[in-house]
Design a binder for this molecule. Sequence first.
Ligand code: DON
Length: 309
Amino acid sequence: MPCRTNEELQNLVEEAKREAPAGKVADYIPALEKANSSDLSAAIFYPDGTCYSAGDIKDQFTLQSISKVISLALALMDRGEEKVFSLVGQEPTGDPFNSIVKLESHSPNKPLNPMINAGALAVTHLIAGVDVTERLERLLCFIQDLTGNHSITYNKDIAESEFETAFLNRALCYFMKQHCVIDEDVEELMNLYTKQCAIEMNSLDLARMGCVLAMDGVDPLNGRQLIPFHIARICKTFMVTCGMYNASGEFAIKVGIPAKSGVSGGVMGAVPGRFGIGIYGPALDEKGNSIAGLKLLDIMSKKYSLSMF
Ligand code: DON
């Protein structure tokens, strides 16, 4: 069994942390720039409820793109596969996460997958509820169940900071509205999406959420099927094919586990049938993935033979 002490994980974190100076915190969302680029924390959550952690585990960070996996699960539960995949494709892009190019060049003009920004915006559009407040509340309750932490909420400053500056995401929305992928008011959708991305937690919460996915949607502590089996499978498949954006292929070869990153520096990993991993390391590589976080996963995968392939 990998990593059965905090000290063992701490040693791996110390080794991976050496990569952090080569990365840079995200600054296109102004509030994210305040993060400390040398931070690295990690947690592992096993289905029997035991967990191990290293680094400053109390550090809270926003999910950013990691939320795309959870909004996808909820939208699939709300609307079904046929509806969701009539608006969003299932193929990797090889482009950066906020690229608009394939929306225009690809026919039909729907986003290629739910893990890029365009696809995630279309998915968030599908979350059911009478208004933004109810849709956000449903997403928050779902995430509270997945983490077992009922105090989880979103960070208002980071949500506002993104809302005020998300011109590229608005452009993606208007493009999709023109092509009938979305049919709601763009400001309403941006309001919900920026709050979704600003949902905040620590590495331990993230590891527990990863563990639910690793266990095919079942909460290992109470046996509740929080995500239907086939939807958990879809989410994990997208994590493998698109979870690290245009670094997903290299990550699959090097590490070989379903994982999803976010520009805040979070990474959620789900080692199928075994455990969940939560990492926070805000220094990013040029593709927007946590540089020390990816190093840590690389070290862990080799040391504990985690690759699925
Ligand atoms: O929409 C955005 O640009 C951000 N809220 C999330 C992007 C993100 O996390 C990409 N991740 N690596």
